[in-house]
Design a protein around this ligand. Structure first.
Ligand SMILES: C[S@@+](CC[C@H](N)C(=O)[O-])C[C@H]1O[C@@H](n2cnc3c(N)ncnc32)[C@H](O)[C@@H]1O
Length: 237
């Protein structure tokens, strides 16, 4: 039997940045609908959990990187009403969606080279975004630069659960998601890329080590929903 995970990867390399930017521009109109349907609404719970952790840090200034259609920024705004939440993304159609939901502090910016000063933020969050970035080490180093010493990083992203859930999950991820999302968005290949990118994305201890190597300590990984997603937190050294 073919192992789904070892199929040739459709991951767009090299020059991934502009390709990812176009890809999200193409699916922006249906992005939220596809997210909520394909996750069975769990994405709301994952973002709420992330926002509660952000609240526990009592930040004044938060940067939500790869903010996309703004759902995490909105969840954080609810939990931290007196904080300033800035959303940044390099895809303008996604930012337009975020603006249509009432977010105002939105900046078009590439995570590889952020237009912010050193130490400008108390917290930096990135949900389902780091995995898509051209160079994760460079992005994390930029995140460390714009965070103040002692500030906090939160990364929320997909991971691969342990067996036996892993087998079912892989069938869902590599067969069902591209099929359904292809019908919903007309961009099946974008969702084939999603599965490949999740398989290649470091998780658990590997992700903790990667984060720690870019200027952070106190790294922690919390698997959610049986490990379908993981929530990483760390403190800027
Ligand atoms: C899967 S969406 C996640 C959006 C949102 N954070 C959420 O939770 O739904 C990924 C987003 O990352 C953005 N992105 C990917 N690479 C980026 C980069 N290098 N700089 C800025 N944004 C990036 C894409 O444009 C897209 O909006």
């Amino acid at each position: 039997m073919t192992d789904i995970a070892t199929k040739p990867s459709p991951k767009p390399e090299p020059g991934k940045g502009p390709i990812v930017q176009r890809l999200f521009g193409a699916i922006a109109g249906r992005y939220d609908l596809a997210n909520h349907l394909l996750s069975g609404g769990l994405d709301f719970l994952w973002r709420r959990r992330a926002a509660k952790i952000v609240h526990s840090w009592a930040p004044k200034r938060v940067l939500d990187m790869a903010t996309g259609s703004g759902d995490l920024a909105l969840a954080i705004t609810k939990q931290c009403p007196s904080a300033t939440i800035v959303g940044a993304d390099f895809c303008q159609p996604m930012l337009d969606l975020a603006r249509s939901k009432g977010l105002t502090n939105l900046v078009q910016a590439d995570a590889m080279n952020l237009p912010f000063s050193n130490g400008e933020f108390d917290v930096l969050t990135v949900a389902f975004g780091l995995r898509n970035m051209e160079n994760m080490e460079r992005a994390l180093a930029e995140f460390a630069r714009v965070l103040r010493p002692g500030g906090h990083l939160l990364v929320l992203d997909f991971s691969v659960p342990r067996a036996p859930l892993r087998w079912l999950y892989r069938i869902y991820l590599h067969r069902i998601v591209p099929f359904l999302a292809g019908l919903l968005t007309g961009e099946k290949s974008a969702y084939e890329y999603l599965g490949a990118s999740i398989e290649e994305f470091p998780q658990g201890e590997a992700m903790n080590r990667l984060i720690a190597s870019t200027g952070f300590d106190e790294t922690q990984c919390r698997p959610l929903t049986g490990g379908i997603v993981s929530l990483y937190t760390a403190r800027r050294v």
